[in-house]
Design a protein around this ligand. Structure first.
Ligand code: OFO
Length: 165
């Protein structure tokens, strides 16, 4: 059985992951209408991954005798001042998600819920990867600055860039 307090926090995390998926979907759309197909594809993939993170939590909660409750989501930002701003928001959001996971891990220890603690280790590792990836991308964008040609090449190479992180 799942501890009630942990179940509530897992349900909150389900919403956080669902919102992450929507945030990245909105970023994909903005990149697509701005003509950066590589960035758009990258964001569509991120959005799909966040949905998978959500579903993994949903299944875990239900299998452990809890009830995953699907709730309304906050509307994401749909426009951005620049690609740099957009990727900065991505990094900030991943840091927020990491803090949320850390808090959850902390509560599982307090509540002696070791099976959930064990389950969450996958998310801890995933967040380290995603933060690192977002930082790598931001470093590249900072190097490019306002250079249009650089942005064109970045768009072409973003898939490879992320495959190596
Ligand atoms: Fe769900 O990993 Fe990013 O947020």
């Amino acid at each position: 059985m799942i501890v009630k307090k942990v179940e509530e926090l897992l349900n909150k995390q389900i919403t956080v992951e669902a919102e992450s998926s929507q945030i990245y979907l909105a970023m994909a759309c903005w990149a697509e209408v701005k003509g950066l197909q590589g960035v758009a594809q990258f964001m569509y993939t991120q959005s799909d991954e966040e949905r998978e993170h959500m579903l993994k939590l949903v299944k875990f909660v239900n299998e452990r005798g809890g009830h995953a409750k699907i709730s309304a989501l906050k509307a994401p930002n749909v426009t951005f001042n620049s690609f740099k701003d957009m990727f900065q928001m991505l990094l900030d959001h991943e840091i927020f998600v990491s803090e949320s996971i850390n808090e959850l891990v902390h509560v599982t220890l307090q509540e002696k819920d070791y099976s959930t603690h064990n389950f969450l280790q996958w998310y801890v590792a995933e967040q380290i990867e995603e933060e690192a990836m977002a930082r790598t991308i931001l470093d590249k964008i900072n190097l490019i600055g306002d250079d249009k040609g650089g942005l064109y090449l970045f768009d072409r190479d973003i898939e490879q860039l992320t495959a190596t992180t």
